[in-house]
Design a protein around this ligand. Structure first.
Ligand SMILES: [Zn+2]
Ligand SMILES: [Zn+2]
Length: 190
């Protein structure tokens, strides 16, 4: 498998089913730049995650409907101790690709008069001929990062006084009771 994982499907081929393996490099590029990933200070050799996706596509009128799953894992910073936290990816995909010109101007506006009412309906543009699943899979990886990931449910977080990792043992500081999640967030540069 070269660097170019081909995630493009021509409308002529529909309906069809495709399985994709998303390698480490793809996952890393997708979550790079997220605060919870940047907080790890991970280098290019550090694990980022892996995922696979099973997708079925079918066309109706000019639109292409994409249904499937995305599963795997990725690594971001624990929201308590800022150490590595592996989180499971398990997403259902349900999006619609529309020809670029047919997309409503502001699909996100709740009060706008768009005909698309379904909250679950996500729209992606395409040129009418070729579906590129790469932006979709990239977005879904980002969306699968939890708001407050944990390295372990029992993670003790960082000492609010000296900042040492309490999972490594108690530092002996006198601490008021502080939500350890808030302590960890102080160390994340947003
Ligand atoms: Zn932790
Ligand atoms: Zn301490």
């Amino acid at each position: 498998m070269g660097s170019g994982t081909d995630m493009k499907i021509r409308v002529m081929e529909l309906p069809c089913e495709r399985n994709f393996s998303l390698p480490l490099g793809f996952v890393r590029a997708a979550i790079e730049g997220l605060p919870l990933r940047a907080a790890l200070g991970a280098g290019p050799e550090d694990p980022a995650g892996e995922a696979k996706s099973e997708i079925s596509l079918y066309g109706e009128d000019e639109n292409v409907f994409v249904r499937g799953t995305l599963s795997g894992w990725l690594e971001v910073a624990c929201s308590r101790c800022v150490g590595p936290a592996q989180v499971a990816v398990d997403e259902d995909l349900q999006v619609t690709f529309m020809p670029t010109g047919a997309i409503p101007e502001e699909p996100g506006e709740p009060e706008s008069e768009t005909e698309i009412e379904d909250d679950d309906l996500e729209l992606y543009p395409f040129d009418g001929e070729t579906i590129d699943l790469e932006p979709l899979l990239r977005d879904q990886l980002v969306l699968s990062v939890p708001f407050a990931p944990l390295c372990d449910d029992a993670c003790r977080g960082l000492c609010a006084v000296c900042g040492s990792n309490l999972n490594d043992g108690d530092c002996g500081c006198e601490r008021e009771v502080v939500d350890p999640r808030l302590a960890a967030l102080k160390n994340i540069k947003l």
